[in-house]
Design a protein around this ligand. Structure first.
Ligand code: NAI
Ligand code: PYR
Ligand code: MG
Length: 438
């Protein structure tokens, strides 16, 4: 099945006569458009309005669908075309809400002044009580400088806000954590570190998101060093956790010993280098990598990986290939070796579509929609916050990966993110390890 990423709602007006909806549906199908929901918005004596959701492979096909409907004539007309995803973002995706019902004066005095003053005093006398009497221990800052928003590049923090709101929505949905987007109008590591440290008292943890390499490495290392709350760069470690889980599942299914497999990483930025480090620390003997940037290759070598000169060489020598370059279509079907595991993880478009990789002979293939750090970060933070841990360790990341793999059904690489069990199991495994370290 081809990808159908262009989804639009088309408002169609037809004369109120039987058969017209069928004509519209046939016109849409005749140019390859796929119909989703059909909602009848208004039935009048003369005309009927329907909102038809149409899934198309690209913008050209969408235009062909609109032309095909307009060409029907006989009073059939396209009234509006709207983008459901854009519409769903109107007003943003998140909202800070009160947990208290404020209906009476007594409620008001309990929630706010004068009652609140005593709670302040209690915390002043015993600061650790903030964990009990405030939301700080259940709130994570989602911090970006906008320099590597998905694979879209340095588009700035405000343009990256929909991603940060998305992460906050996922934190809430899968782990009951309040995620607060923090958009930084600076790319300077010193200023980022200083700002995050300054605002840190209000948070139980820090999730760094879509901060580009190489400055993300310095920022994360310094914040981990200098703060006594958990800090994790999701594009590095959340991605590495989920990738390890997917590869554990693929090896289990294929009866292969992961530690003996040859792993190849295409793109050694934030995600790519962390994935390599994760495999090396897990005991994989041979981890190769390619990048356009020589410094990125040197960083891999410093961790014990082996840089290669070309993508072609990597594709020929590796059993498992993972790509995080942000370059759609970088891996050509003719490069795929029979039986290879291909994880093309770039968002919003992968280096090769999984269907094309499988058609070209891959044993397993997936993209960034399924092998996605959403499977890791909510449970990882739930676990450390529950335990009151001050940091996220390598052992916690490994048990998180193993928990994800343990929730994966035979024949699949990762569990479905809407399966609540996976987030619960990740949280449980991380909390257990975190609890031992306290
Ligand atoms: N599926 C998932 O959960 C995740 C996916 N990603 C995706 O990974 C991609 C990269 O993200 P980051 O690592 O944060 O960005 P980054 O900017 O830190 O790293 C990208 C790296 O790819 C290299 N690169 C670019 N073109 C290349 C080419 N033709 N050949 C070899 N190397 C090339 C760059 O030099 C850079 O080192 C993005 O598209 C992002 O959406 C990132 C994190 C999670
Ligand atoms: C999923 C994610 O974090 C990314 O593509 O950057
Ligand atoms: Mg990201």
């Amino acid at each position: 099945m081809p990808e159908r990423n262009v989804i639009r709602s088309i408002m169609v007006e037809t004369p109120s006569k039987p058969g017209n909806l069928g004509r519209v549906a046939t016109a849409i199908g005749s140019v390859g458009g796929d119909i989703g929901d059909i909602v009848t918005v208004q039935i009048g004596p003369f005309t009927t309005m329907r909102d038809i959701t149409v899934h198309c492979e690209n913008e050209e096909q969408l235009h062909a669908v609109i032309d095909a409907i307009q060409c029907l004539g006989g009073g059939i007309r396209v009234r509006t075309v709207s983008d459901d995803v854009l519409r769903a973002h109107e007003g943003g995706k998140i909202h800070m809400k009160s947990k208290m019902d404020i209906r009476s004066l007594a409620d008001l005095r309990r929630v706010y002044t004068p009652g609140v003053a005593n709670v302040c005093r209690v915390i002043q006398e015993e600061p650790e009580k903030a964990r009990i009497y405030t939301s700080i221990g259940n709130t994570v800052a989602i911090v970006t400088d906008g320099t590597a928003i998905l694979g879209l590049g340095d588009i700035g923090p405000v343009a990256g806000m929909p991603v940060m709101e998305g992460k906050a929505a996922l934190f809430d949905r899968f782990a009951g954590i309040s995620g607060v987007p923090i958009l930084l109008n600076t790319k300077d590591p010193d200023e980022i570190v200083r700002t995050v440290k300054t605002i840190s008292p209000g948070f139980g943890g820090i999730l760094l998101e879509d901060i580009g390499s190489p400055h993300c490495f310095e920022v994360e290392n310094r914040l981990k060093e200098e703060l006594d709350i958990p800090v994790m760069h999701d594009d590095q470690h959340g991605t590495a956790v989920v990738t390890l889980a997917a590869v554990i599942s693929a090896c289990r299914c294929a009866g292969v010993d992961l530690k003996e497999a040859v792993v190849g990483q295409v793109g050694l930025g934030a995600a790519g280098l962390a994935i390599c480090r994760m495999f090396l620390a897990y005991g994989v003997q041979r981890v190769h990598g390619v990048d356009l940037n020589e410094d990125a290759k040197k960083r891999l070598a410093a961790y014990g990986g082996e840089p290669l000169d070309s993508l072609e060489e990597l594709m020929q020598t590796c059993d498992i290939v993972i790509s995080t370059t942000g370059v759609p279509g970088l891996i050509k079907p003719e490069m795929i070796q029979k039986g290879q595991v291909i994880l093309a993880l770039s968002n919003p478009k992968p280096e090769i579509e999984p269907e094309d990789a499988l058609k070209a002979g891959a044993g397993f293939a997936a993209d960034g929609r399924s092998v996605n750090n959403v499977l890791g970060f909510p449970g990882i933070f739930r676990g450390v916050l529950n335990a009151g841990a001050k940091r996220i360790t390598h052992e916690m990341l490994v048990v998180a990966a193993e928990a994800i793999a343990s929730c994966t059904r035979d024949g699949e690489l990762v569990p479905h993110p809407l399966n609540p069990k996976v987030h619960r199991e990740v949280a449980r495994a991380v909390e257990e390890v975190a609890g031992r370290g306290l």
